[in-house]
Structure formats: C-alpha cells, structure tokens
Unconditional design. Structure first.
Length: 504
C-alpha cells in the first residue's frame, strides 16, 4: 500500500476539521439567540421549572425567592410584548403554603395547575391539581391512585387537550432509578392506570417530561443515554396508530451542555424554547431563558382564545366550552370559561375538523366549526363569543352535518345533537322550532323539500332521545333566506344550515 506524504495528511486533517465544523454549524443553525427573561422574572435566587400557556402569554415557574408563603413557591409572569415579561407575582394560597411546593405545570388555557406536594418525610410526593375559579385558585385535589403511588411521583406535564398526563416516578415497574410514566383519560373522563414508557426509559434516570401542544412530541431529560454532559434533553414522538414512541433523539448543543440540562419546553409553533440555566451572566443561581428555534414545529398548531360575553351587555359569562374532533367524531374535552372574565382557550392540530360548542344557563347555545389546514401556519387567533338570550333568539347549529343532497345525519353531528338533548331536558318548559335552509344548488322545489326533511331529521333525533315531540316544531325555507353569497363554496356552506328558535 502506497504511503501518504505529509501534504496528503494535512489535506485529510483539514477535510475532517471542515466536516466537523459543518456538523456543528448545522446543529447550531436550528437555534438563534439565547435571551435571559430579565429582572422582572428572574431573581438572585433559584428560579426554574418554567411552563407556558398555549397562547404564550403566561409562564408558571418555581422560585426560592423571598416574598412568598414558603421556602419554594410558584410564581407567574405575564407577557408584555414579544420579548418583555411583566413583574412576577406569587400564585398565593391555597396552592402555595408555608411548606414546599414544586414541580408544577400550567394547563394550556391557564386555568389549572398540576403540581407536587411533599408528603411524610419528603421521600413520598403526590401530584395535585388546582383550578382557577374566577380570580381564586381552588383547594388542591390529589389525583387518584391510578396516577399517584406510595412512592415518589413528581414533575407532571399535562397535554394541551387535557387528556394525557406525563410524570417522573421511582415506583416499581420501571427500568431505572426514576422513569417517565403516563396516564390517559378514559371515555368517562377519569384517569386510567399509569404505565411506564419503556421505549424512553433506561436503567439510569429520566426526568422533567414535557408534552408539546401537538400532543405527540415529548421532551425529557436523562443521564442514561449518550450525550454532552450529565442530564441531556431528548425528544421522542408518539405514533397513536401504532401506540408506540420513537427512539429518543438528543436535542444537541446549545440546549444540551456538559452540565445537567432539564425543564426544556417548546412553544406551540415550535419557534421558541424555554429553559432554566445557571450559565454565566444571569441574575441568580438558575435563571429562566428563551431560545429562538429556527426549525419550527412540523405539526400545525392553532390556538383559539378569547372571551365569552353576553351579547347585549358584553359582560363576561362563565360558560361551559366543549371542543370536538369532527373528523373522528369524538369529544376532546369540556371545561369552563373563567367565571370572572369569561376567558377560554382551545388548541387544535392541523389536518382535522373541529367543532366548538358553548353553553350557559339562560343563553342560547353557540357553535362553530373549523378546518385546520395541515399545511397552514401555526398561530394564536382571537375569537370572542357573544351569547344570546335562550328565549326569543334564533341560533345556528354549525356542527350539524348531512349526506350531500340528503336528509341523512352524519355521525359527526351526534355530539352537538346530544348537547341539544341535554339542554331540552334541563329546561322542560322549553319549546323549539327547528328551521332548515339550503344553498341555491338544485331546483327551488327540491331545496324546499330538502330543508323541510333536514329539519324533521333533527327533530326525530331529539324525539328518539327523550324530548317530547309536542315540544318540537319544524319548518323549511329552502334557498330563500341565504346568509352568504351563493357564488362561492364557502358562502354555500354557510347557507346550508339548521337553526333553532327557542320559546316557552
């Protein structure tokens, strides 16, 4: 074999250095500037465990700073503009106590805090939840034994739809010292038996799970996989159809370092990451930081948020909000808008049809449907909801669907129709006129018959499900009362509708 001369050695070494530099640059090209969240948020004490709401307007974090109720308390900061955060304030009682509270997460809508309380000698921790009722947090409720155990259960992370809970535990049944476990809500809304994520866990320690708003990307830290230091941040993606998790991938430099890196979270659009670090240049021991992420999220995430109000007085209404996946014909979640200001928030993923149903005592129900394009951009969109009086007003049921050109109800209509059954049973003196409309496609005579038949189909569903037929009237107007332009598909879609007019 021919020997290489010194010049060839130099060329090979140079090529290796260039390749290494390119690899480092490629990794770093996904990330931008790291920004300290500033003195309004950080203190000269330990500030860590950040979690965000889905609209990225609020951060909940833990801190050992003075001014709270105990040694370690939860604090909240609210966003002022794109880079500045407001002065952090203590969450207060009953969430914070003279004892120690930690390892918390805030729900996507900012209305619930899941967190850990130390029990006994501190070696046993359980997960609790507190709900914001108006301006006051409720007394904490311990999650059931299907989630908690007699061992250390900590570091909870709740999914954006509220139906999955991830946490770390040292209970038996895992692989290592501490493992990542998760629990799903069943059809009855109750938490099912938690189980370990075997594809993620190692014989060492896994910690600080964070489930992204796409409900499938899990970030966590571990010292049981090859990395840059002690604990590194990894990412794994859940395939719901196969019910399996992908092989974890290291997030790399600069998110990971030669030290312990934990509590990494990602904004819904995937453009910003938040984490705690004790790196040089901060205000205290650990500070909260934001890092710009150039890759973004592959999953389109749309956050819809606003306030539920009385249509006449514009005063806030503490309504019940239901989010439905019309593509799958499933109810995703049901929750209350804040009773003090009427605020609500829902998170939707691209490639799905969603239905929103809002109801409150004394008000006609409100419904809308949304198609979230899987190729559109992620973002937060404002949408205030104005509720009309239950009696004397006409409301459109936007999540009632029929087979094309027929009066046959589609399965995706069931959730909203069942809501109407509930309202009628809750108000036994209430009567309703069900009104059908069509677009202008077809003949006027055919459209008239179709509108009448569709109204009758809705009435039959209500009657078959326990609403007395003498409380129901039907009427059809065919294509004579459009609410939009029939020259466009979107306009025709709006004209094909079912309305309800309630009387007593």
């Amino acid at each position: 074999m021919k020997k290489m001369n010194m010049k060839q050695y130099i060329i090979i070494i140079a090529m290796f250095c260039v390749s290494l530099l390119q690899a480092q640059t490629a990794g770093r090209s996904k990330y931008g500037k790291i920004i300290n969240l500033g003195k309004n948020v950080n203190s000269s004490y330990e500030d860590y465990q950040p979690t965000i709401t889905a609209d990225e307007k609020m951060i909940l974090f833990a801190s050992y700073r003075p001014g709270g109720l105990g040694a370690e308390d939860f604090w909240i900061t609210e966003k002022i503009d794109s880079v500045k955060w407001g002065m952090a304030y203590n969450v207060g009682a009953p969430v914070n106590t003279p004892g120690t509270e930690g390892s918390g997460c805030i729900a996507a809508d900012g209305q619930r805090i899941y967190y850990v309380k130390n029990l006994d000698d501190g070696n046993n921790c359980d997960i609790f939840v507190s709900t914001l009722k108006g301006k006051q947090w409720s007394p904490p409720e311990r999650l059931p034994p299907t989630v908690n155990s007699p061992y250390w259960d900590s570091q909870p992370s709740i999914s954006a739809d509220g139906n999955m809970l991830f946490f770390a535990s040292n209970r038996p049944g895992g692989k290592g010292l501490t493992d990542i476990w998760w629990s799903k809500r069943g059809p009855d809304g109750k938490w099912q038996q938690a189980k370990p994520i075997t594809k993620i866990n190692t014989p060492e320690s896994e910690a600080t799970p964070y489930i992204h708003a796409d409900n499938k990307t899990l970030f966590f830290s571990t010292n049981g996989r090859p990395g840059l230091g002690g604990y590194d941040v990894f990412r794994s993606i859940y395939d719901a159809e196969k019910d399996e998790w992908s092989t974890p991938v290291n997030m790399g430099d600069p998110i990971c370092s030669e030290l312990d890196d934990k509590y990494f979270i990602l904004s819904p659009d995937g453009n910003r990451g938040y984490f705690a670090s004790n790196r040089d240049g901060g205000f205290g021991e650990h500070d909260l930081y934001m890092i710009n992420m150039f890759a973004g999220s592959k999953q389109v995430i749309v956050t819809l948020t606003g306030f539920v109000k009385d249509a006449k007085t514009l005063k806030p209404v503490g309504a019940k909000v239901t989010l439905m996946n019309l593509t799958k014909g499933e109810k995703i979640n049901e929750f209350d808008a804040n009773s003090d200001n009427g605020k609500y928030l829902v998170v939707m993923q691209g490639g799905n049809n969603y239905g929103l149903f809002v109801e409150a005592d004394g008000y006609a129900p409100f419904s809308e449907s949304y198609y979230i394009d899987q190729y559109a951009g992620s973002g937060t969109y404002p949408r205030d909801i104005l509720l009309k009086s239950l009696v004397g007003e006409t409301t459109t049921l936007n999540n009632i669907f029929f087979e094309t050109g027929k009066a046959v109800l589609l399965p995706s209509s069931k959730i909203e129709l069942d809501k109407m059954v509930e309202i009628m049973k809750k108000n036994p003196s209430l009567k309703v006129e069900i009104i059908g409309h069509t677009d202008n496609q077809g003949t006027p005579e055919g459209n008239q018959r179709l509108s009448e038949d569709r109204a009758k189909a809705v009435a039959k569903y209500l009657s078959d499900n326990g609403v007395s037929a003498d409380r129901l009237k039907t009427k059809g107007y065919g294509d004579t009362k459009p609410v939009a332009d029939n020259t466009t598909e979107d306009g025709r879609r709006k004209n094909r509708r079912v309305e309800m007019a309630f009387t007593k």
